[in-house]
Design a protein around this ligand. Structure first.
Ligand code: PLP
Length: 391
């Protein structure tokens, strides 16, 4: 038996384990000192009762022969796919329920989509980046190249026509930088992908955090995307579903690559290796897209975005440059005096008990930067902001 040697090429998931290790050491050495955790990448607010009541009602259906559900529809229940398509249609996009595939989350989809592409493809990733794009590409044996985010380009790298790529990952709003592409910038990426014959994998997991009405929530707001893009999304950050698990992909039937329909290939892949998201969860997910569901989840998003505003304002008062935080739940701060990400992480932890996430852990272009998440409680954020504004 031979193992997948590409899986052995993965580096240890150093970032989050190392952050956790340093926090543990700090706490052991400083018993009783308060830890202000701005490193949380998970939501903290509970689900709205509107959603949990729907789950309970769906669970009750399972208890009766007349309403019991076994295996579900292969692509996801029609009522949920229609609700998701309706969410896009409200923004003027022509997305059909037939092009929506329901899953158990965006991370799983990002990994599973790798089944559709040959290992002999060059993957272009933004740097810094959500580590899953890199790790899944390495496991699949693909070449990976980077487009660097910098202070000058606002951490929104743009395509370079002289660089050849086959698969392009874009994440907007971005994790970790909180930067968001505008429509003209996405149009440039689409033109580049079309010229290269490349496919864009667009991760819109944080789209619900966009405040500026001019910014695009989906790649499908840009003409031409239906010929070169797949969108990945989830309710994890939109509706607090990180522990519930429900996501989706939009794979238009118009996508043709190498003589094949990616829509048909994805259908076949999902039908072969996935047996559907729980009916109970799909009912809860559909509730999110109702007017009262959207109203409820937007309250929580507003809470987190107020946290982001408080963090960003504190940094502004201290004269520290940052990106993000206005249309994303992440604030990406430049470490003062060109400090190293890890050194500055240690400084904030030991001086004030504030834990961020070192930017260098998201890629070489993150060196000298630190990520703050707005998913903590208001109390924590306000205490941390009082220190940050005096940096
Ligand atoms: N995409 C990005 C950019 C993320 O930051 C995350 C989670 O942190 C995910 C996808 C994963 O989402 P899910 O919980 O749906 O797997």
């Amino acid at each position: 038996m031979k193992v997948n040697h590409h899986a052995l090429e993965l580096e240890q998931n150093y970032l989050f384990s190392e952050v956790a290790r340093r926090i543990r050491t700090f706490q052991a050495e400083n018993p009783g000192r308060e830890l202000l955790k701005l490193s949380i990448g998970d939501v903290t607010r509970p689900l709205s009762p509107i959603i949990t009541e729907e789950m309970k009602a769906a669970a009750e259906e399972m208890a009766h022969a007349e309403t019991f559900h076994g295996y579900g529809a292969e692509q996801g229940e029609a009522f949920l796919r229609e609700a998701i398509a309706g969410y896009y249609q409200q923004r003027g996009m022509d997305i059909a329920a037939e092009d929506v595939f329901v899953s158990d989350g965006a991370k799983c989809d990002l990994g599973n989509l790798c089944d559709l592409f040959d290992s002999d493809n060059t993957v272009l990733l933004p740097n810094p980046v959500y580590p899953v794009y890199y790790d899944t590409s390495i496991m699949a044996g693909r070449r990976v190249i980077f487009a660097d985010g910098t202070k000058e380009n606002g951490f929104l790298p743009m395509p370079d026509a002289s660089i050849q790529a086959d698969l392009i990952y874009l994440c907007s709003p971005n994790n970790p930088t909180g930067a968001v592409y505008n429509k003209a910038q996405l149009a440039e990426w689409i033109a580049y992908a079309q010229a290269q014959g490349a496919l864009i994998l667009f991760d819109a997991a944080y789209e619900a955090y966009i405040r500026d009405p001019a910014l695009p929530h989906s790649i499908f707001e840009i003409p031409g995307a239906e010929t070169c893009a797949i969108e990945i999304n989830s309710l994890s950050k939109t509706a607090g579903f990180t522990g519930v698990r429900c996501g989706w992909t939009v794979v238009p039937r118009t996508l043709q690559f190498d003589g094949a329909s990616l829509h048909d290939m994805w259908f076949r892949r999902m039908a072969t290796k996935y047996n559907g998201t729980s009916y109970i969860i799909q009912c809860a997910a559909a509730k999110v897209f109702t007017p009262e569901g959207l109203h409820a989840v937007r309250q929580d998003i507003h809470y987190y975005m107020e946290n982001a505003r408080i963090i960003k304002e504190a940094l502004n008062r201290a004269g520290i440059h940052s990106v993000g935080g206005e249309n994303a739940p992440y604030v990406w701060m430049q470490c003062p005096e060109q400090a190293d990400s890890w050194a500055y992480f240690d400084h904030l932890l030991h001086a004030f008990g504030i834990a961020g996430t070192p930017g260098a852990g998201f890629g070489t272009a993150g060196q000298g930067w630190l990520r703050f998440s707005s998913f903590g409680t208001r109390e924590t954020v306000e205490k941390a902001a009082a220190y940050l504004e005096r940096l």
